[in-house]
Design a protein around this ligand. Structure first.
Ligand code: PEP
Ligand code: MG
Length: 595
């Protein structure tokens, strides 16, 4: 027993899909090829090296196409990931750049490729948006695949895994994850990754518990080690003693019961005991997530982020590309409504097709609606595609980062121009699309009464509203501890937006991360929000808590907490008042925010 305890290791990572798995590890060696040598070449060798590099790209292309062909039915939605890797293979940042370095510096392909990767890393690191920044991993995966072809190190296939195992890897590429048989994988654990990494996304759509960002898991686990994965808290226990295994078996069965019960009733209306209804919708970042929207009971999409269509492309997406994507979403979710947010890109956000100006403070720079109002042609292409997609269901359009009335007026004028153009060209479009403003800049919150006259709905983007009102960069880890949704100032601002919106006759939604946090549900109810939009997986739990609540108690909670002067007092109050009331919910927090 003692000896067993000595071996026990406990690691904490980022939980990306809840659930408990207990089983044997399979360590997949996906370490990077570390040793790459630099060779100088003469002109003749350079010409041959260019041919060798192009052949390696072709070989990698064929391997990816073969993987795509064999993707099992349940993972078909993920073909787009392989497609994006195929695009990266020929992207100018990697392909053209490597060829240029080989020719100009007269060096071997491996070294040139590594150099090109480093250059693109520098570009990605300056990107503020976490989702887009994380797409650098795709460039890394593709580079690694190419390096393996160039150096003759082949990758073992993961299609042959037959036992039930917990996969442990430094990182997993989309090609890896799409090759695996989902019924054989009990959990994924990786050193790398965050909430928006592909492993996380695929684990979510397969419903497999996963913890990423464990940093050193591959250093402490060997194949065959017994492991407990707690995908709720992000805890991983390696070589646990028997009593811990028993404890976790009980936790596993409690979790299964809870999850089954929660998901089973996920389709019920989010209605409080005393009959108050609130709409619960889903946030979607890319099309792979569509099946989970309806599966988990969301009543539509409250926020579709549209940046993904502008990435991994040398050219701007055409109106047809945008129209096809938007109409697919609107049609698949119909008759439920879909709120599509116009492009929230700018400043330091990377899209190779757009020439960016350099900014010293990009979070406060030319972003979102500011960028679109300056680049009217790019904006109008998106608006035309949206108006056309409106014919396929209940589409709403929402403008991000609104800071004052004039921006809405200007955006609506361009929308009107797009309508007139489509009319003249005889192209069908939806004439009366509902228009919304995201409330995520403090001035917009302060003048919500004025903005209410201009739009049909508001959606509070708490991720940015908190960033801008507390003056903390949302991606800077040194001030992350100050990120506080329950700051009295934030709560007052939300209350004021809801009241001003309602007085002006507009519905008020919330679509920042705060909206999906189970432990905040009674507060969000009491604040009077009409709609909450969240990660699809959080929907059943949010609905469950709402159905267990009364509006009367929720109002009481909000009245009480608005009397406090600090977030700490509010947390302490909620802990005593609500932890007892919603014991199960607090056992299974839906995100990193726990009381
Ligand atoms: C927000 O700011 O809360 C929001 C939903 O938008 P994003 O996270 O995309 O900036
Ligand atoms: Mg935002």
């Amino acid at each position: 027993m003692k000896r067993e305890a000595d071996n026990v290791k406990i690691l904490k990572g980022v939980p990306v899909f809840p659930g408990i798995a207990i089983g044997k590890a399979l360590h997949i060696d996906r370490r990077k090829i570390k040793v790459v040598y630099e060779y100088l070449m003469n002109d003749e060798q350079v010409a041959a090296e260019i041919v060798r590099f192009k052949e390696a790209v072709e070989q990698a292309q064929l391997a990816l196409l073969a993987i795509k062909e064999e993707i099992p039915e349940e993972l078909r939605d993920h073909c787009s990931i392989i497609d994006s890797h195929l695009l990266i293979l020929k992207d100018k940042m990697l392909y053209d750049q490597t060829l240029r370095i080989i020719a100009e510096e007269k060096i071997n392909a491996e070294w040139a490729l590594k150099k090109a990767l480093k250059e693109s890393q520098a570009i990605f690191e300056r990107i503020q948006d976490e989702y887009i920044r994380n797409r650098f991993h795709d460039v890394e995966f593709v580079t690694e695949r190419l390096l393996r072809v160039l150096t003759g190190h082949s990758l073992e296939s993961l299609a042959d895994i037959e036992d039930n195992v917990i996969i442990v890897a430094h990182d997993l590429s989309p090609a890896d994850t799409t090759q695996m048989k989902p019924d054989r994988i009990m959990a994924f654990l990786t050193d790398m990754g965050g909430r928006t990494s592909h492993t996380a996304i695929i684990a979510r759509s397969l419903g497999i518990p996963a913890v990423v960002g464990l940093e050193t898991i591959t250093g402490v686990v060997s194949s065959g080690d017994q492991i407990i994965v707690d995908g709720v808290t992000g805890t991983v226990i390696v070589n646990p003693p028997e009593e811990t295994i028993q404890e976790y078996r009980q936790r596993q069965s409690r979790y299964e019961d809870y999850r089954i019960q929660t998901v089973k009733y996920g389709h019920l209306q989010a209605e409080t005991i005393d009959g108050y209804q609130i709409k619960i919708k889903a946030n979607v970042e890319f099309l792979d997530e569509l099946p989970s929207v309806l599966e988990y009971g969301a009543e539509g999409i409250g926020l579709l982020r549209t940046e993904f269509l502008y990435l991994n492309r040398d050219e701007l997406p055409t109106e047809e590309i945008l129209f096809n994507a938007y109409s697919e979403v609107v049609e698949r979710i119909a008759p439920n409504p879909v709120t599509i947010r116009t492009l929230d890109i700018g400043g330091d956000k990377f899209a190779s097709s757009i020439k960016w100006v350099s900014e010293s403070n990009p979070a406060l720079g030319l972003r979102a609606i500011r960028f679109c109002l300056r680049e009217k042609d790019i904006f109008k292409v998106q608006l035309r595609a949206l108006l056309r997609a409106g014919c396929f269901g209940d589409l709403r359009i929402m403008f991000p980062m609104i800071s004052g009335k004039q921006e809405i007026v200007d955006a609506k004028r361009i929308l009107e121009e797009a309508c007139e153009e489509l009319y003249r060209e005889g192209i069908p479009y939806k004439e009366s699309v509902k228009i919304g403003a995201m409330i995520e800049v403090p001035t917009a919150a302060a003048i919500a009464d004025i903005l209410a006259e201009e739009v049909d709905f508001f959606s509070i983007g708490t991720n940015d509203l908190i960033q801008y009102s507390l003056a903390i960069d949302r991606i800077n880890e040194h001030v992350a501890h100050l990120y506080e949704p329950l700051h009295p100032g934030v709560l007052r601002m939300i209350k004021q937006v809801v009241e001003a919106g309602h007085r002006g006759g507009v519905e008020v939604a919330m679509c920042g991360e705060m909206a999906g946090e189970a432990s905040y549900m009674p507060i969000l109810l009491g604040l009077g929000l009409d709609e909450l939009s969240m990660n699809p997986l959080s929907v059943p739990q949010a609905k469950r808590i709402i159905r267990m609540s009364t509006m009367e108690e929720a109002n009481e909670v909000v009245n009480d907490i608005l009397q406090f002067s600090t977030a700490d007092e509010i947390h302490a109050y909620l802990k005593t008042k609500w932890a007892k009331r919603f014991t199960e919910e607090f056992l299974w927090p839906s995100s990193q925010f726990t009381l």
